[in-house]
Ligand binder design. Structure first.
Ligand SMILES: Nc1nc2c(ncn2[C@@H]2O[C@H](COP(=O)(O)OP(=O)(O)O)[C@@H](O)[C@H]2O)c(=O)[nH]1
Ligand SMILES: [Mg+2]
Length: 362
């Protein structure tokens, strides 16, 4: 039996060799569980470190540019933001994380240009690990490539190994370990996994006594991610750069088959950049709230920018703690209110473009 790293490599190799079908599905699930557990083990052996890269989040949201060297990330950052990131026609120009700010429709969006994600970054090669830890904190990942559309799968799987799950939501799962009684499973009405599948995966994580609560349909991946415990779920947008260069449109479309969310741009000429800004903005699901002050003035320049799903309570909390404790009611007009104005309480959900007046007790 070799080192943990060797065993990780072996399993990855086997996963690559194994074709996915109904007959191998179960086996693949178990391999992934084993892989996740080994990765956890390897993680705990490694030193923390890597804080040299940390850049504090700023603005209303953070977007990470991820891609192989030379696809044009730095050029793109310069095009989108006020920053001046070094560009050059050779690999690894960007050795540090370079932040910039995109101001768009009243929102301030932090964009991070990250050094190229290189092979096996998740296992600690090069400075990839630090880069990946920055990606974990992002609200949106831009997968940058050129018209060759190479490496997207590679990057996705590197991110996945680092616990960054793209374009899926966290599932409602909870596993409470018990001292005895075996595995008890509370199944939702519809569940594609059998009790045996669930037990086998738990066993890979050395769990033999537990209560498992599932409130929606899940897959093996969802369960492994939960048990591994470090998953973050981040949306992504694929940016195909350098479309100003000669290329076959037909072949490009063929290569992009199966890529759901993409934008074609040229960072060099500016082509597609406005559309990209709009897509970044909409992918972040930001909610801009315009506050009306006591004198009735509305600041249309500087909205409060929060995330979809926020309520009046969140709006108050963002203004100040006192605002929340002295809250009487709020008056809302705009998209969340069909006609005119409405008096609402703390529970009221606000929508992008709402105008809000907070009425306090004093
Ligand atoms: N033709 C063309 N070249 C580009 C474009 N964007 C970047 N480049 C060039 O590609 C090379 C690598 O760009 P850079 O931004 O340093 O890539 P990075 O390594 O991903 O940060 C440089 O020579 C850029 O001038 C583009 O849209 N079109
Ligand atoms: Mg660069």
């Amino acid at each position: 039996m070799g080192s943990i790293e060797d065993r990780i490599r072996e399993i990855e190799e086997e996963l690559r060799r194994t074709e996915y079908n109904k007959a191998t599905e179960k086996h693949i699930g178990l391999l992934k569980a084993k892989l996740a557990r080994l990765q956890m083990e390897a993680e705990s052996h490694r030193k923390g470190g890597g804080t040299g890269f940390a850049i504090p989040k700023s603005g209303d949201a953070t977007v990470a540019l991820v891609g192989f060297p030379n696809v044009g990330k730095s050029t793109l950052l310069n095009r989108l933001t006020n920053s001046r990131s070094e560009t050059g026609n050779f690999a690894f120009t960007t050795l540090r994380v370079v932040p910039g700010t995109l101001e768009y429709k009243g929102a301030r969006i932090q964009i991070l240009d990250l050094p190229g994600i290189i092979e096996n970054a998740s296992r600690g090669a090069g400075r990839g690990r630090e880069v990946l830890s920055m990606v974990r904190n992002a609200d949106l990942v831009l997968l940058v490539t050129d018209t060759s559309v190479e490496g997207l799968d590679k990057i996705r799987s590197e991110l996945y190994s680092a616990g960054i799950v793209l374009d899926r939501e966290r599932k409602n799962i909870s596993v409470k370990k018990t001292n005895s009684g075996g595995i008890r499973i509370h199944r939702p009405r519809k569940l594609s996994m059998s009790d045996e599948d669930i037990r086998d995966i738990l066993k890979e994580f050395r769990i033999v006594n537990a209560e498992v609560f599932l409130r929606e349909d899940i897959t093996q991946d969802d369960l492994v991610e939960y048990l591994r415990g470090n998953a973050v779920y981040v949306p992504s947008l694929t940016v195909v750069n350098k479309v100003d260069m000669p290329h076959s449109r037909e072949e490009l479309m063929e290569r992009l088959r199966g890529v759901k969310n993409y934008v074609l741009v040229s960072a060099a000429s500016g082509l597609g950049i406005e559309e990209l800004k709009e897509r970044i903005f909409s992918s972040l699901s930001l909610v801009r709230i315009y506050l009306r002050d006591k004198s009735g003035r509305i600041d249309y320049e500087r909205p409060l920018v929060l995330r979809k799903g926020v309520r009046i309570e969140d709006v108050c909390r963002h203004i100040s703690r006192e605002m929340l404790s002295s809250f009487r009611y709020a008056i809302v007009s705009g998209p969340s209110r069909r006609i005119g104005e409405q008096r609402v309480g703390l529970d009221h959900e606000v929508y992008d473009g709402d105008v809000v007046t907070i009425i306090s007790r004093n």
